[in-house]
Design a protein around this ligand. Structure first.
Ligand SMILES: [Zn+2]
Ligand SMILES: [Zn+2]
Length: 233
């Protein structure tokens, strides 16, 4: 939920449209099935490492982690409600189209039902804005706790202005951190951790993502243990 100023807000104001016969409002019992859905043009070369980091961080929380590619999105799906803004809000840059997060939640929730995932995380190269607060532009990611899904956009994890100086490894590490962060929200809730190096710390820019570690702090690890005790695994 990086760049998300008010974590509680979006729960009240979301505008997610879902088929009414799909019951989604139940508490997840861990361990469960996790699906990572690649939406749009996202490199899948980091799959192995992403799996490694997720298994290391959320050890035994998931029966399995499945990766699904969804590169065949029809362009029509995005033609409504897009916002046109200067890239990364830099006025000298070209304008790009940002898509609302609820559009992605629809895609992810449908995949969740199709593949029987309990938690679905979307990973996209498309820039996003929050559909619950339209002033939150170029989000790194956002979690939707009620529907147990989250979206992470790689768009501004790749700093377009310094791209040549930044190693791919560093960019990938930002993506791993953000995916872990959003899954953390789905397990622990909206709150951010105040510990400087914890991956659950709120990051308002790339620098802050780079400055925090990829790991949970001891306090957040304890939260995982509480869930483990609650669900008896
Ligand atoms: Zn967050
Ligand atoms: Zn922490």
């Amino acid at each position: 939920m990086s760049k998300f100023q008010n974590g509680k807000d979006f729960l009240n104001k979301h505008t997610l449209v879902l088929p009414i016969n799909q019951s989604t409002n139940r508490r997840i019992i861990f361990p469960c099935h996790l699906g990572i859905i690649f939406i749009g043009n996202v490199s899948t070369s980091m799959l192995k490492k992403l799996r490694f980091h997720l298994e290391q961080t959320f050890d035994s929380f998931f029966f399995d982690i499945q990766f699904i590619e969804d590169a065949n999105l029809h362009p029509d799906i995005f033609k409504l409600k897009a916002k046109e803004e200067h890239n990364l809000l830099n006025k000298s840059s070209e304008k790009v189209l940002l898509q609302p997060t609820n559009r992605f939640y629809e895609i992810i929730v449908n995949k969740k039902f199709e593949y029987n995932f309990d938690i679905g995380i979307g990973l996209t190269n498309i820039p996003i804005y929050s559909s619950s607060n339209e002033n939150l532009l170029f989000l790194f990611g956002e979690a939707h706790i009620k529907y147990m899904c989250a979206i992470v956009s790689t768009h501004n994890l790749i700093d377009l202005f310094t791209f040549k100086d930044v190693k791919l490894k560093k960019i990938e590490r930002r993506i791993y951190k953000e995916v872990i962060h959003e899954i953390g929200h789905l397990i622990f809730g909206c709150e951010h951790c105040l510990n400087d190096y914890c991956v659950m710390r709120f990051s308002k820019n790339i620098k802050e993502i780079d400055n925090k570690s990829i790991y949970l702090c001891e306090k957040c690890k304890l939260k995982l243990e509480k869930v483990r005790a609650r669900d008896n695994f």
